[in-house]
Design a protein around this ligand. Structure first.
Ligand SMILES: [Zn+2]
Length: 178
């Protein structure tokens, strides 16, 4: 029994090691755009009841954004500033998963042009950021998550698979664009 367990653990370790090497060697950069983050405008007081700018400036007249009448020039009257959080992750990118395996591993112009589906294989530590993403940039193409990400592996979970669909339409004359 103890020897069995040892072999099992060894196999698991070897799998993980091999897999990590594969991920490292083939990985490309994926830019994940997380959900928008709202912060109160630093230039004016926020009206929490009406959820707009109060129109009252909170910086002194020496500040270039100082105003007395009209809209706040910083938030344009919204009272908040919206920031999109961007993070880069590493992963294997497979355009048109389930299609020709040779093509899917090599990135070519033609490889993604007609593709509308893309799968990425990445480290499970990226799960929460992928789940919360508004969209991602894969090979410069804007994509959205098409289904909840999956965790795969032997024994332990050490691989995250996420599937996306393209939002950008590469060909305007395809009749597909909205
Ligand atoms: Zn403001």
């Amino acid at each position: 029994m103890p020897s069995n367990r040892r072999i099992k653990n060894k196999t698991k370790k070897r799998f993980k090691k091999t897999w990590n090497g594969v991920v490292k060697g083939l990985s490309r950069r994926i830019v994940v755009y997380a959900a928008d983050f709202e912060a109160e405008c630093p230039n004016c007081y926020y009206d929490k009841v009406n959820r707009v700018s109060s129109g009252v400036c909170k910086v002194d007249s020496s500040n270039p954004n100082y105003f007395t009448t009209g809209r706040c020039p910083v938030c344009r009257g919204k009272g908040v500033l919206v920031t999109t959080i961007k993070r880069c992750i590493e992963g294997i990118i497979i355009w048109n998963p389930g299609g020709d395996k040779l093509n899917s591993l090599t990135f070519t112009e033609a490889g993604y042009e007609g593709a509308t589906k893309v799968e990425i294989k990445t480290d499970p530590c990226n799960l929460s950021i992928i789940r919360a993403s508004k969209y991602v940039l894969i090979d410069g193409i804007k994509c959205k998550l098409s289904e909840p990400p999956l965790l795969r592996g032997i024994g332990e979970k050490h691989l995250l698979i996420a599937r996306f669909f393209t939002v950008d339409k590469p060909k305007i004359d395809s009749g597909e664009f909205i």
